[in-house]
Design a protein around this ligand. Structure first.
Ligand code: ADP
Ligand code: F6P
Length: 323
């Protein structure tokens, strides 16, 4: 049976990582396991930046954004030589299982630890992008969407006052989940996402039709990964084709910070606890997710072999409501 486990956060940080670290640590201690916190993701694992955690190491962090363990992207860990060094540290510190909190890149690394180096590993999805198959929510997504909606609401105030068109760029890497949900909740006239082909001619025509009907301002939310380019490129094209007074806001890393929403804290608590219990049952090379409110288990490679689909109905609805 597993006696001591390690936990790390890797890739881009997100709100709720701390709530998850807390859940892993306290569930492990509840089951009389020892827990070690690995600093700076795989980079810290290679360097042996590993410290024992106690119940109080995770006090008062459930409400904090970021990650107390810090995070990193490690090129060295992508190579077998780096993974070998990481394994040597795992053995040195007596870790019999590793829990990785991160995105699909972090899961690929975790799966290598398990399959190539025989270290039992469980992944917990945590990325604002929400682009991981096998879970309805990845930790951080809900908070990021709420942050984006708050920003869109504020921009709407000034857009209306000045009769302007605002193009708001949100994160999401190659996925449109943040754009779709924040655009729908923020009442955007147009939502541009990589999953749906963007036709700027059609968008400009609709904007001008809206203007003729008396619409004086509009909000366009674009995912950073959309084929039409970034917000500034799109704004140039729209300025050439309409008479709108256009402004651009790129929300950027503001979406990655802040106190996690209640939903993110709850999902983080459920998944953190489930991951520890899976290791205890001898499960490995697996990820935990939440589907229809229930914890679900998939092989780690499900996360990147299956493409997570956007909800087409939500996209369609956003179009109906934006007429
Ligand atoms: P995220 O986990 O948010 O998707 P990245 O894609 O940057 O973030 O991945 C985080 C880290 O996981 C990388 O810096 C690297 O150390 C490790 N990683 C990613 N892909 C692989 C891979 N194919 N093999 C081994 N390690 C990987
Ligand atoms: O994966 C999370 C994310 O915030 C993406 O939405 C974004 O494309 C990327 O990370 C930004 O990465 P960095 O913090 O390295 O600029």
């Amino acid at each position: 049976m597993t006696k001591k486990i390690g936990i790390l956060t890797s890739g881009g940080d997100c709100p709720g990582m701390n709530a998850c670290i807390r859940a892993v640590t306290r569930t492990a201690i509840y089951h009389r396991l020892k827990v070690a916190g690995i600093k700076r993701g795989y980079a810290g694992l290679i360097d042996g930046e590993i410290e024992d955690m106690s119940v109080s190491s995770v006090s008062n962090i459930i409400n904090q954004g970021g990650t107390i363990l810090k995070t990193a992207r490690s090129l060295e860990f992508r190579r077998k030589s780096g993974q070998k060094k990481a394994c040597e540290q795992i053995k040195k510190f007596g870790l019999e299982g590793i829990i990785v909190i991160g995105g699909d890149g972090s899961f690929r690394g975790a799966s290598k630890l398990d399959r190539i180096w025989d270290i039992p590993t469980i992944g917990i999805p945590a990325t604002i992008d929400n682009d991981i198959a096998g879970t309805d929510y990845s930790i951080g997504f809900d908070t990021a969407v709420n942050t984006a909606v708050q920003a869109i609401d504020k921009i709407r105030d000034t857009a209306v006052s000045h009769d302007r068109l605002f193009i708001i760029e949100v994160m999401g890497r190659k996925a449109g989940f943040i754009a779709l949900e924040s655009g729908l909740a923020g009442g955007a006239e147009e939502i541009l996402i990589p999953e749906v082909k963007t036709n700027l001619d059609v968008i400009c025509r609709k904007l001008m039709e809206g203007r003729k009907r008396g619409k004086t301002s509009s909000i366009l939310v674009v995912a950073e990964g959309d084929e039409a380019g970034g917000a500034f490129q799109i704004s140039k094209k729209i300025k050439q084709r309409t008479d709108y007074n256009v402004r651009v806001t790129v929300l950027g890393h503001i979406q990655r910070g802040g106190s996690p929403s209640a939903l993110d804290r709850i999902v983080a608590s459920q998944l953190g606890s489930a991951a520890v219990e899976l290791l205890l049952k001898g499960k490995r090379d697996a990820m935990v997710g939440v589907v229809n409110g229930q914890v679900k288990i998939h092989p780690l490679d499900y996360a990147w072999k299956q493409k997570k689909k956007i909800d087409r109905y939500l996209y369609h609805l956003s179009q109906i409501l934006a007429i």
